[in-house]
Design a protein around this ligand. Sequence first.
Ligand SMILES: Cc1cc2nc3c(=O)[nH]c(=O)nc-3n(C[C@H](O)[C@H](O)[C@H](O)COP(=O)(O)OP(=O)(O)OC[C@H]3O[C@@H](n4cnc5c(N)ncnc54)[C@H](O)[C@@H]3O)c2cc1C
Length: 476
Amino acid sequence: MSMYERKNELKVVIVGGGVAGLSLANMLEKASINYSLLEAHPDLASQVGASIALLPNGLRCYHHLEEASESIRHKLNLRGQEGKILSRGSNLTFSAQLEKRLGYPQIFTERQQLLRILHNNLKDKSCCVTNKRVVRLELCQDRVQVHSEDGSLYEGDVVVGADGTHSIVREQMLRLIPKSILKTPDISPISADVRCMFGISENVESLLRDSEDMITYPGRSYLIISGPGHRTYWFLFESLNKAIRGTSLPRYSEEDEIRMVKRYASDHVGSSTTFQDVYQHRVKSVLVPIEEFVSTRWSYDRIITIGDSAHKIDPISGQGGNNAIEDAATLVNSLTRWLSSHHSREESIATILSTVQACRINRMRQLAKEAHLLQSILTQKAIASQIVSKYFLPALGIDNILLRRINAICVEAPHINMLPIPAKQRSTPFNDELSSRLKNNQRLRQSTWNLFIGFMVICCYSLMFHHSPFFGNILS
Ligand SMILES: Cc1cc2nc3c(=O)[nH]c(=O)nc-3n(C[C@H](O)[C@H](O)[C@H](O)COP(=O)(O)OP(=O)(O)OC[C@H]3O[C@@H](n4cnc5c(N)ncnc54)[C@H](O)[C@@H]3O)c2cc1C
């Protein structure tokens, strides 16, 4: 059987039309693999007030986004109380520095805009169906059945849960795993020890137009980013007194939001701008707990989870969505490899799907820990974090530290194997473009730097005997 016929044989059902689901839909279309995408909401790109940074690792998997998005080149500054600059970004913008190294910039856009681009880019939009809330999965001998709330039934060879943190696909997958196989850690607890108010404001005149500012205060931090069209994307992270877990994760009301704004209204987020100034000009805002988990079980039989349904990391590192795109690329690579392999019959779909977790889980665990650590530092959770954020980060330069770390994260990114890698001028190649000798050299250089940074930070934390349920693992 030719590869073309095999492709026509395979049918994928994607549950969820967020970053993960729509990225996967685009990649499957490019690979000529049949799919249906089911989205619970009536609209594929609703405005929830969220912005998203696309980084070179996400853009590499999906490079046409770069041309499609309006992009502002930012300088990255770190500010302390009174909005005083602790570390000023270098003259070359952060985005330009990334582009020089890796060939791709950093782009901030609205999540709604990103989803629109992904949807518009699909040639056959009839594969995406809205108002389909999936409620149940059933495994049959050679296919999987997907039931939606309105009684409709979809069938496929593979079902992909791209349905976010509280994934029904993950829940149904765990229900279908025989008790004898299911291990306790498969039911990974979701925890949160930070909450975040985020939003989009317009015409905050006193803010600089080309800046991305991280502002650190005891117990809280801000990220303020200038966006296209005189918009400002902003985030206020507040450290919770006690970590919350699993089912007790709260939903916050408008009153909670107002109380939080009152508490921090006078915080300076720029040299002459307070949080109140930014909030007053909001178009949309929302307060949510920052949920964190990395699932220990991403797939079973013909079912797989990707994106936030498999891992949810603190957004401060800007890696959640970019890694949802990486998950989709890894899954498509596994499927196309299987379809083109002469030995495909010997490898079951379940095995193919399990390779995605094997490729990705260590990276996601590492990224989750790093994002958590960065957040603990910026929200000055312990006195040690105050030392790190006030002295250590300014001394080394916030953009220097983040640039090196983002660089190291990005070079590990996959690309879509069936598509050519675009020729880009850059100083640092991605790992999969290197021979193994050069790869080892690059890793060695990076590890030395990581060891130095890690050592300094861990020393500070160890000195303070800082503990948190999530962070504890890093120190142990
Ligand atoms: C404040 C904040 C800032 C962030 N900033 C960044 C950033 O700068 N860079 C970055 O890379 N990441 C960022 N992230 C993370 C990023 O937004 C997420 O990792 C990413 O959106 C995950 O995409 P997803 O498709 O996996 O899940 P989601 O975006 O949650 O999409 C899931 C989709 O599934 C649908 N769905 C749910 N249940 C069902 C069902 N039963 N049936 C059918 N459909 C269903 C939902 O309606 C939704 O459309 C941020 C996150 C937050 C909270």
